[in-house]
Design a protein around this ligand. Structure first.
Ligand code: LLP
Length: 421
């Protein structure tokens, strides 16, 4: 459920008409709903009620300071994957002891930043990385709390580019090697082993892969404890999928996911951490764009938008589907017609949808991409010297621009000219 609904024939974000925001900031733009963000965070928090837990929002999904602050004030921790994300989380007021550091290749500098500023734990991805965390901790005279990310070799049954839990993927250490790696970790004086981490992929639409992975984590917990490690925290990653279409079978609910966690791991008495990103932000955001031209091709009509692949890359990159709706609600019974919906970038890949049924549209009409809150703005680029589009946050009947559209001068002046030119 989200808070983007039609009222009296017009699409609203909570209590604000989308057309009002468009008039104020211009198109294209991203708009997020505070109520939806908070509702989704609470679904996870409630799903783990009765268990010692922390929901660490995977801020790679949408990392605007205002979004982080909204979630942090509700009690969320953060899952970060770079020094930059760590600093963003701190800037939004998240205390170090609620920040988990994931990511496949943490550099010594990033590790230093986190150890200096305070960190809940590092999720170690490889043996060489573990050695570097130990060395940096010793250099700073502190002890680094760690879990090791294990790769359970489970098929997440999701798009190949976002599956991470098979042995062929670059993530984590093979679960079969866990005893050796934990023994080494236990011998390093700069590290304190506190738990186990696993994350098998994103946009999972079934519980079964989670169940397989978490069952392996439960077995590993008992084995590592028997080997003398004080395993007391389990980080279970993110990955629960969202409905991208209204017609589709809905993925499992957070409450069902929480019940699975309790069933597979509850008996171990560990503190549970989860790192959801998409389910918190995905359906809390729209990308709003304007039709620039309706062009009749040989055998099809194109809607050419002012938004493009550089603003929302998911369709080009993952063949992802986003529902696209007219901001002006179509009259009941109006006949829909198929359009190819494209952006103005000079690549055929700049296509959001092919032969998508839409109500008749004309130049100047506003449309909205649903489910664009996660992996939308954060993956945008300025390809074709198209400015990063603004982000807007709605809260009830108020809205605020939370990131401005840069001017062309700002973009051009980021470049510097060498002295010989
Ligand atoms: N934890 C770790 C270690 C991760 O790598 C990820 C996502 C998450 C948590 C959050 O997963 P989520 O709950 O959002 O599924 N750009 C792609 C998705 C990439 C996901 C990367 N890792 C997309 O647009 O579909």
């Amino acid at each position: 459920m989200d808070h983007f609904l039609y009222r009296d024939g017009a699409l609203y974000a909570e209590d604000v008409p989308i057309s009002e925001i468009a008039a104020a900031v211009g198109t294209p733009f991203y708009v997020y709903s505070t109520a939806t963000l908070l509702r989704h965070f609470k679904l996870f928090d409630d799903a783990l009620e009765g268990t010692d837990h922390l929901v660490c929002y995977a801020m790679k999904a949408a990392s605007n300071q205002a979004i982080l602050k909204t979630l942090a004030q509700a009690g969320a921790g953060m899952d970060v994957v770079s020094g930059g994300e760590y600093l963003r989380a701190k800037a939004a007021g998240v205390p170090g002891d609620k920040i988990v550091f994931s990511g496949v290749g943490k550099t010594a500098d990033e590790i230093r930043t986190a150890l200096t500023g305070g960190i809940r734990q590092f999720n170690v991805e490889s043996e060489p990385e573990m050695e570097v965390i130990n060395a940096v901790a010793l250099e700073l005279g502190v002890i680094a709390p760690i879990t090791v990310r294990v790769n359970p070799d489970v098929d997440a049954k999701t798009h190949a580019k976002i599956a991470t839990g098979k042995s062929e993927n670059k993530f984590g250490i093979p679960i079969a090697r866990a005893s050796d790696v934990y023994a080494r970790a236990g011998s390093l004086p700069g590290l304190e082993v506190i738990g186990i981490d696993v994350h098998i992929g994103s946009q999972l639409t079934e519980l079964e892969p989670f169940e397989l992975a978490y069952t392996k984590v439960a077995e590993l917990t008992e084995r590592l404890r028997a080997e003398g490690h004080n395993i007391r925290r389990l980080d279970l990653g993110g990955g629960l999928g969202i409905p991208y279409t209204r017609s589709n079978d809905a993925p499992p609910l957070p409450v069902e996911y929480g019940a699975l966690i309790k069933k597979t791991l509850g008996h171990l008495g560990c503190e549970i951490e989860i790192e959801p990103g998409r389910l918190i932000a995905g359906n809390a955001g729209l990308m709003v764009s304007k039709v620039i031209y309706v062009k009749s091709g040989e055998d099809r009509d194109f809607l050419i938008l002012d938004g493009a692949m550089n603003d929302l890359i998911r369709p080009a990159m993952y063949e992802a589907h986003h529902d696209i709706v007219a901001v002006q609600e179509p009259a009941p019974g109006v006949e829909q017609r198929p359009y190819d919906i494209v952006g103005p970038v000079c690549e055929s890949g700049d296509t959001f949808a092919k032969q998508r049924n839409m109500p008749p549209l004309q130049a100047g009409d506003l449309i909205a991409f649903r489910s664009a809150g996660a992996y939308g703005a954060v993956m945008a680029s300025e390809y074709n010297t198209r400015p990063l589009i603004p982000e807007v946050l709605v809260n009830g009947d108020q809205f605020a621009v939370i990131r401005e559209r840069p001017s062309f001068d700002e973009i051009i002046n980021r470049d510097t000219i060498p002295s010989w030119l």
